[in-house]
Design a protein around this ligand. Structure first.
Ligand SMILES: [Zn+2]
Length: 468
């Protein structure tokens, strides 16, 4: 190989390496977006701000069912057209945050050279928050109850119609279809959450590969080695069954090289900030790759090497080797617990028995401890519940309260259950609330599982609190 070409490649490699460090991106994260939900009111002031930046053209794409504005932001003037849309499912906001990180990064004065480089090659169309009504009520569907991502054919929702009209009008070469997936997807056989899942969706039932789909696969293959360094064994491939009602699959059929990005869970990361930062970096990497065309050298084998997601391969909590007594017989088993974030938000026992094939966000070996049903403390007079009083009650075997909740004055940071829907039983049962006592061999209560959170009674340490 030519010596100068080698030096050039080395310098390009260095630049890539520097530009992919966390420190490089951290300062550009949009402040205030590390939270469990994002709604229109969170992004609208920023959009209005960007409207006065000469580098951004902001228009109102249209209105949602409930008359909320849906915005379109346009950057660059290149021939290659890229359309990215987020939050078509109202309760999936991770990528919306990442799109605003990208905007902040792109428009920073020190990024001028980089910006001009891709602005001359690419026109980028962003629709952050396609489903503001769903975002307002934290629901997947729109105000009509329609899953917009199953509406690509019938176009019964105004939001779906707007996205399709936009795609027909601008005829993008590339589409970034940005979602969140449930946190129970494992990255292949690994006992880890799929923090990022990617897919080049099929355009027919045979899952054929034409040039358009090959490009999408290569965009994914191009960044796979880098993602492996960032989240080893936390990368998955989303189910590639052809789903013609979905926008990704329909757009793929229209010749748009579409990439599905699913932001997933990560340990000790309630608001999916790991997936958010990776999304942001992926967008930058893809803009570079599309501008230069470099991704076309990526081998499809790197795409094929990404393991398919294992649905349900993760649980929120696993307790291993718990002693239980069922029908006068002792046994040792594992207990898997999942939180239900929709509806009543109770943690429930999800599976019993050998859970060695599963991963968990929190896993504790409780060898030597025995399951015991908790008792209900009847509320018949006012009770001041501070940590000390709660500790006493738990030692006496009370895990929850029954009666008039107004009599309970909570002065504790610990989870408190009043009149739980599915109280514990004498032995662990599937779908029962995940609240019970753990006793040592002397019969003393040493730990308590309180709505899926493990509490050490000696020091009231709540081990790895779950959820938000
Ligand atoms: Zn989604």
């Amino acid at each position: 190989m030519n010596k100068w070409l080698l030096i050039l490649l080395w310098v390009a490699g260095m630049t890539m390496a520097q530009a992919t460090t966390l420190e490089h991106y951290q300062p550009y994260l949009q402040p205030g977006f590390d939270k469990p939900r994002l709604q229109l009111a969170d992004i609208e002031p920023l959009i209005k701000q960007y409207a006065s930046d000469p580098a951004v053209t902001v228009t109102e794409l249209g209105r949602s069912v409930e008359n909320r504005p849906i915005y379109l932001l346009k950057l660059g003037q290149g021939k290659k057209r890229v359309l990215a849309w987020s939050q078509m499912h109202g309760d999936e906001h991770t990528a919306t945050a990442a799109l605003f990180d990208l905007l902040r990064y792109t428009l920073a004065p020190e990024q001028q050279a980089w910006r001009e480089q891709w602005f001359s090659e690419i026109t980028l169309y962003l629709v952050p928050m396609l489903n503001p009504d769903g975002a307002a009520r934290n629901s997947r569907v729109n105000a009509q109850g329609i899953d917009i991502n199953r509406d690509a054919l019938a176009l019964q929702s105004p939001e779906g119609r707007l996205l399709m009209q936009l795609a027909r009008q601008i005829q993008p070469d590339y589409g970034f279809n940005l979602h969140d997936q449930n946190r129970f997807h494992a990255a292949g056989e690994a006992p880890n959450p799929a923090t990022i899942s990617l897919l080049a969706p099929a355009y027919n039932a045979a899952r054929d590969i034409n040039d358009s789909r090959r490009r999408a696969m290569q965009l994914i293959a191009h960044i796979k080695p880098w993602l492996d360094t960032q989240i080893p064994d936390h990368l998955g491939r989303y189910n590639d069954t052809w789903s013609p009602r979905s926008f990704g699959d329909t757009f793929a059929g229209m010749g748009i090289s579409t990439v599905l990005v699913e932001a997933g869970g990560h340990r000790a990361d309630d608001n999916r900030q790991v997936a958010r930062r990776l999304n942001f970096q992926l967008y930058v990497a893809w803009l570079n790759a599309i501008a230069s065309g470099s991704y076309r050298a990526a081998p499809l084998s790197d795409y094929e090497a990404i393991p398919f997601n294992r649905s349900g391969g993760l649980k929120d909590l696993i307790l291993k080797n718990l002693q239980v007594r069922v029908a006068d017989t002792d046994a040792v088993l594992d207990i898997g617990v999942n939180f239900h974030t929709e509806g009543d938000s109770y943690a429930r026992i999800h599976e019993l028995g050998d859970l060695s094939g599963y991963g968990a966000y929190h896993l504790f070996d409780v060898t030597g401890l025995r399951y015991q049903q908790g008792r209900a403390y009847p509320l018949s007079e006012p009770l001041l519940l501070d940590d000390q009083r709660y500790q006493q009650l738990l030692r006496q075997g009370y895990t929850h309260f029954s009666g008039d909740a107004k009599l309970l004055q909570r002065q504790t940071r610990l989870p408190v259950l009043v009149n739980p829907l599915r109280p514990t039983q004498s032995a662990p049962q599937l779908r029962q609330g995940a609240t019970f006592l753990l006793l040592n061999s002397q019969g003393e209560v040493v730990q308590v599982l309180l709505n899926g959170q493990l509490l050490h009674l000696a020091n009231l340490e709540l081990k790895n609190p779950l959820g938000t």
